[in-house]
Ligand binder design. Structure first.
Ligand code: FES
Ligand SMILES: [Fe+2]
Length: 346
């Protein structure tokens, strides 16, 4: 599977990276991460150029990584600066690739493509994650044994909520919501669902203090290529404006690990009932449960069913709820094709 390389992906939550060696496979490439004594996050190839030992099995001292196999040492630029063998000569090719990174919204973003194309301004906005004075935030990380695209489909087609999450988030309104799919650019698609004058699911009704009440509710998803999504869920009194209601912003940041596995970073904020720490704890457990016990097993089972094949329009049927997933897959496919052609000519 080809991935979009000239794009920003989340490599880790910032607080996962400390002064020790940390490893994650990203877009099929082994990536070593650590934080220098000065607090700068570093990401470089985890593959030692000598005999391919994983560098994360080595050690970190004074910002220098030492391979645990034959002792080569690498600085923060990825250059080998010490060879303990024989004369100590350092071969010209003794370096590992260092990746461009940026820390925003409490996450370490990584650029797996060509360095000169990396532009931090292209990292999509997740303002609630940069506004701790207003929002209380819960967040987490999950590993998924499924293609990142299946996880994106899951967020882009929320008609599944009424069935897969029937006991928790589901209601009778999501699958029949009035849905609009809008394309802002060739890298941004929005899917907006409006659920007028209906009941919402038990967990969300309780959070919004609208148990057993009819409300107007919405769930809007913004997808930015290749796989970062902002989800806004809100409710207001029937007939009232959205501004008069409440809304919770959520981030779903999916990073391919390999063809059939991915990293899933999620976060959810709220700017009401912010002092209620018990509620925050309940939400942390409840949201994680929905992902771990409901979404994850279904998406992984879907991947097992597909095996090495991918979902293609010829062997699936499409329902109305698939409008956004179809648009996004087509768009992403085109971006990847264009990138492959450009790289071939480069
Ligand atoms: S494999 Fe790293 S020094 Fe030999
Ligand atoms: Fe779900």
């Amino acid at each position: 599977m080809a991935f979009l390389k000239n794009a920003w992906y989340v490599a880790a939550w910032s607080d996962e990276i400390g002064p020790s060696l940390f490893y994650r496979r990203i877009l099929g490439e082994p990536v070593l991460m650590y934080r220098t004594e000065g607090g700068v996050a570093i990401a470089m190839s985890d593959r030692c150029p000598h005999r391919a030992a994983p560098l994360h099995r080595g050690s970190l001292k004074n910002d220098i990584v030492q391979c645990g196999y034959h002792g080569l040492k690498f600085d923060t630029s990825g250059s080998c600066i010490f060879n303990p063998q024989g004369s100590g000569a350092i071969p010209a090719k003794a370096r590992v690739r260092k990746y461009r990174t940026a820390e925003h919204y409490g996450a370490l973003w990584i650029w797996m493509g060509r360095d000169e194309l990396a532009d931090e301004n292209k990292i999509p906005a997740f303002d609630f994650l940069a506004n701790p004075d207003r929002y209380v935030t819960i967040k987490g990380y999950l590993h998924g044994n499924a293609s990142y695209q299946l996880v994106c489909d899951n967020i882009l087609d929320l008609s599944h909520v009424d069935f897969l999450h029937a006991q928790t988030l589901g209601c009778d309104a999501t699958a029949t919501a009035r849905t609009k799919v809008l394309q802002d650019s060739n890298t941004t698609v929005r899917c907006e669902r409006w659920m007028a004058d209906n009941f919402q699911g038990p967990l969300l009704s309780a959070l919004f203090e609208r148990v057993n009440q009819r409300v107007d509710a919405w769930v809007d998803v913004r997808w930015d290529a290749p796989s970062n999504m902002l989800l806004l869920y809100g409710m207001t009194d029937v007939g009232a404006s959205r501004a008069a209601g409440r809304e919770i912003p959520n981030a779903h940041l999916i990073t391919p690990e390999d063809d059939r596995s991915c990293h899933y970073f999620w976060a959810s904020g709220r700017d009401f009932r912010v002092a209620d720490t018990e509620l925050t704890q309940q939400l942390q457990v409840g949201v994680e449960m929905a992902f771990v016990a409901e979404d994850k097993p279904m998406i992984e089972a879907q991947q097992q069913m597909l095996g090495a094949s991918d979902l293609t329009p010829v062997d699936i049927i499409l329902l109305e709820g698939d409008a956004a997933t179809t648009r996004v897959r087509r768009l992403l496919g085109r971006l990847i094709d264009d990138e492959l052609k450009t790289e071939l000519n480069h």
